[in-house]
Write a protein that binds this ligand. Structure first.
Ligand code: 2P0
Length: 313
């Protein structure tokens, strides 16, 4: 039997950065995200004599996928498998390929191995594989918060159909993985505790802003969460400076646009790309402004996507 699942990356508006000293990959901060459309991870699981992993057509050893299989086999009977995963966007360049990849893998394994996991339990296993993957199990707006650290749906994509203009400023693979980066921040950033305690408030306020469709409030909270996270990254030892010069130019351009009345805000993950979140009517203006910034290689505009799902064969 062969099972194929697809999932999309998500971008956190209130960010997850850091883990609790507990088993099961438990985040230190709650997060809220939007799942994107267009960008897709497609993962096929099939029977095999030995475990084999292919990423974008190339045989590879992937420590996180191997650990995910081990974690699942500690609880379930899962035979040797061949895993083939393809992304239609750059891997590991701050576009959350691990979120979509693991959301698709857990969804495919669930059916391949007859695990019969509820959607909530799929978010838990996705989280254990990669924290942000819990949120890609759902489409639209999703959250991952305590005390149970289960992924939850917040709004359907049709309930607030925001757009995201992604400005690509560097297509190289990022130099520091998120897991290592988080560990470095936990151990060395003098701001880490303040980051964790203040994010609980941002999370509650963002859920209220989303519920109220209050764009301006969500803009302020999201930009603050992003800049706080990057402050923690930059105050770690060694410092993680993910931004390129064009990243900073995009930040200023988005702030100028909003000050002049265009509903748009920025967010940036563990990479150099800028995601400008806006209302549909502002897309053309945001694309034109960001596309003209020196150092911006390309812009891609996406909408909000569906949750992880099986591909009909
Ligand atoms: C997020 N990021 O909330 C934050 C913002 C990156 C910056 O979640 O160690 O790949 O696998 O749980 O999920 C990226 O971290 O980390 C991430 P692991 P993950 O989207």
């Amino acid at each position: 039997m062969t099972v194929t699942a697809v999932a999309h990356p998500n971008i956190a508006l209130i960010k997850y950065w850091g883990k609790q000293p507990l088993p099961g990959n438990v985040p230190a901060t709650p997060s809220v995200s939007i799942t994107l459309d267009s960008l897709t991870s497609t993962t096929t699981v099939s029977a095999s004599d030995t475990d084999q992993i292919f990423l974008n057509g190339e045989a590879t050893q992937d420590a996180k996928i191997t650990a995910c299989l081990e974690m699942m086999r500690a609880e379930f009977r899962i035979s040797s498998v061949k895993i083939e995963s393809e992304n239609n966007f750059p891997t590991a360049a701050g576009l959350a390929s691990s979120a979509s990849g693991f959301a698709a893998l857990i969804t495919a394994l669930n059916t391949f191995s007859d695990l019969d996991l509820s959607i909530q339990r799929r978010t838990v296993y996705a989280r254990k594989a990669s924290g942000s993957a819990a949120r890609s199990i759902y489409g639209g707006f999703a959250s991952l918060g305590g005390p149970d650290w289960i992924g939850r749906p917040v709004l359907e994509r049709s309930e607030w159909p925001l757009k995201v203009v992604i400005a690509i400023t560097d297509e190289n693979r990022k130099s520091v993985s998120s897991s290592l980066g988080m560990k470095t921040s936990e151990e060395t950033s003098p701001y880490f505790d303040a980051w964790v305690s203040s994010t609980a408030e941002d999370y509650a306020a963002a859920l209220e802003a989303i519920e109220a469709r209050d764009f301006e409030r969500l803009a302020i909270l999201s930009e603050a969460s992003c800049l706080k996270m990057h402050g923690v990254m930059q105050s770690s030892l060694p410092a993680m400076i993910y931004w390129r010069p064009a990243t900073l130019s995009c930040i200023h351009a988005v702030r100028d646009l909003r000050r002049d009345g265009t509903p748009v805000f920025f967010t940036i993950d563990a990479g150099p790309q800028v995601k400008a979140v806006c209302l549909p009517e502002s897309v053309e203006k945001v694309e034109a402004v960001l596309g003209n910034i020196p150092g911006v290689i390309a812009t891609h505009t996406v909408g909000l996507g569906e949750g992880a799902r099986l591909l009909e064969s």
